[in-house]
Design a protein around this ligand. Sequence first.
Ligand code: PMP
Length: 352
Amino acid sequence: MKFDLTKILRPHILNLVPYSSARDEYTGKEGIFLDANENPYQSVNGQHWNRYPDPYQWAIKQKLAPIKGVRPTQIFLGNGSDEPIDLLVRATCTPREDNMLLMPPTYGMYQVSADINDVPVIKVPLTADFQIDTPKVLVAITPKTKIVWICSPNNPSGNLVQREAILEILNHFQGLVVVDEAYIDFASEPSFTQELDNYPNLIVLQTFSKAWGLASLRLGMCFASEEIIKVLNKIKPPYNLSGATQQLLLEALDYVETKNQLVNDILAEREHLRTNLAALPLVKRIYPTDSNFLLVEFDDASAVMQYLIDQKIIVRDRSKVILCDGCLRITVGTAEENKTLLDTLKAFAIMA
Ligand code: PMP
């Protein structure tokens, strides 16, 4: 069966007339711009903030495409990757009618976006080692399933999901398969972006919030076929990335080497943290990770969490989440921060 995007999109999205501006027709930089009711004067330091930014961020996409090994037309940039997550739900799922499939424990925004849009969710939990239960997923999919969400490396468990399982779903499911790779720069395997030309139903999400250290800028990447990217462009708010954000990102893209060096530092620190946590008697288990965080099982997670908060150390309590009983999720910090965490856990162990 051939993938047909027109069967996946909500009918009214297919026929939607998007917002347009005069600069969709005139893309030159020079000219007298009297089309967008802007203020013709620059009010702050001679900067061009008085003008609307490029709605499609072409300068960034030209620079980002070779870094990611994709074509500029295969890129959508959003206000965090949470923006494309929500746009994908809205583009494909008719409320109370269509559904999407999640594999808990996983990133929370897929469920939240479903709830905001009143879209039912089918849940097929991961296996005990946080891998896809492929036979169960394939059986659970219905004709109304529009999106299967896969997070790899998975949040909150940290591990990569087996490549073969993702390929099997891509091969057997005719809806959209979203592979959320927010943590891929910390992983030991390559991105699924290299499969984009083989699978028209594949969507890969990445973010500048983690390895790139730009969480405050709110910048998410979505890679997919040109056809899918066109749909996202059609339904996004016209100027979803500010001019300031675009300017900062364009500069940041010159720092790929710095980003890679920081990733290496974090990976070294991750192993140091893992070894030292494993030596603590109150730690029961540390799950394998391909991310910048560790899922750690404690004898008494709630007591540890409370003690850490009292010492102004904030980690994420995942102890009530399916398959994560007794677990805290701990982000790898600086060497100094990790040392303080370890010292604090040792102090707790003495007290307890
Ligand atoms: N996907 C996953 C798996 C995440 O963990 C997060 C953030 N914690 C996001 C997406 C959202 O990232 P962004 O900052 O780009 O919205």
